[in-house]
Design a protein around this ligand. Structure first.
Ligand SMILES: C[S@@+](CC[C@H](N)C(=O)[O-])C[C@H]1O[C@@H](n2cnc3c(N)ncnc32)[C@H](O)[C@@H]1O
Length: 257
């Protein structure tokens, strides 16, 4: 009888210990996530504040102009532009008749976009985000990964310098977010940037064609439209630099994760 009690006590202790470890792990992961997102925010705020925004293009992106007409996005529909910065590509999309929904973490970027394009805007708080609107543009200010599912419901999306700007450990969550914010059948245009990752610390992080195929392997159809060999970027110490253009189509309704 006594032995039996000891035996149960031991099991109880083990269960308690495991539970404690589990709680600790969950707590640690939460702290890590918060810390990481703080770092991400700090990094991008710094870049905008010091105007080190070398990715920003003063003309429309030539690959957008060449390939957007080929992906058959529904006319006059809603296009999601994740990590939009103050990209002029949003202006081009609007000129084609689309409504444009951007996602951006730095307020200065959002305000500059509206100011430089002489657009007055309204704002409203939605969950953890602030929504800036000036038809046909809406930009959600906040972390792309934090936007609640289904808020946008876009018919198409355009990713230039977005997935490559995301920490590789967050890429799967980013793809889940694309799925959550687009309609079934939505099409996307993705422009990548790749180089041997050991040559530079991102961002931009190297995104190889195989990474794209594996990230979008569940519920998406992926087609590479063009692969371009870019010149070596000697000042950044990069060789074997390439850029690929993908058409990506969400083809089924997935159960929410
Ligand atoms: C490399 S820039 C590209 C901007 C734009 N796509 C373009 O082509 O000009 C990446 C942008 O994403 C924003 N960003 C970075 N991490 C983000 C996040 N987790 N959520 C939303 N925006 C983010 C940055 O502030 C920056 O403006």
């Amino acid at each position: 009888m006594l032995e039996k009690r000891y035996y149960f006590q031991e099991i109880e202790d083990v269960v308690l210990l495991n539970l404690n470890n589990l709680l600790f792990e969950v707590f640690e992961r939460r702290i890590q996530k918060k810390y990481q997102s703080g770092l991400v925010m700090g990094f991008w705020h710094g870049r905008w504040q010091s105007q080190k925004i070398g990715w920003h293009q003063k003309t429309y992106n030539d690959l957008l102009l060449k390939y957007w007409p080929k992906i058959n996005a529904v006319e006059e529909s809603n296009v999601l532009v994740p990590l939009c910065g103050k990209s002029l590509d949003m202006i081009w999309l609007a000129k084609q008749g689309y409504t444009v929904v951007g996602l951006e973490i730095v307020q200065q970027a959002v305000e500059t976009f509206f100011a430089e394009n002489q657009l007055e805007f309204d704002t409203v708080e939605i969950g953890k985000h602030r929504k800036f609107s000036s038809q046909p543009f809406t930009i959600f200010l906040g972390d792309v990964l934090d936007l609640n599912a289904g808020i946008i419901q876009a018919d198409a999306w355009y990713d230039r310098a977005a997935l490559v700007a995301i920490e590789p450990s967050n890429r799967e969550d980013y793809v889940k977010q694309i799925r959550k914010q687009t309609k079934s059948g939505a099409v996307g245009l993705l422009i990548t940037f790749a180089y041997p990752q050991e040559q530079m610390q991102g961002p931009p992080f190297a995104l190889h064609d195989d990474d794209v195929k594996s990230l979008f392997s569940d519920g998406f159809e992926v087609e590479c439209l063009e692969k371009i060999d870019l010149e070596d970027e000697k000042e950044r110490g990069l060789t074997n630099v390439t850029s690929s253009v993908f058409k990506i189509r969400r083809f089924n309704d997935c159960i929410e994760d």
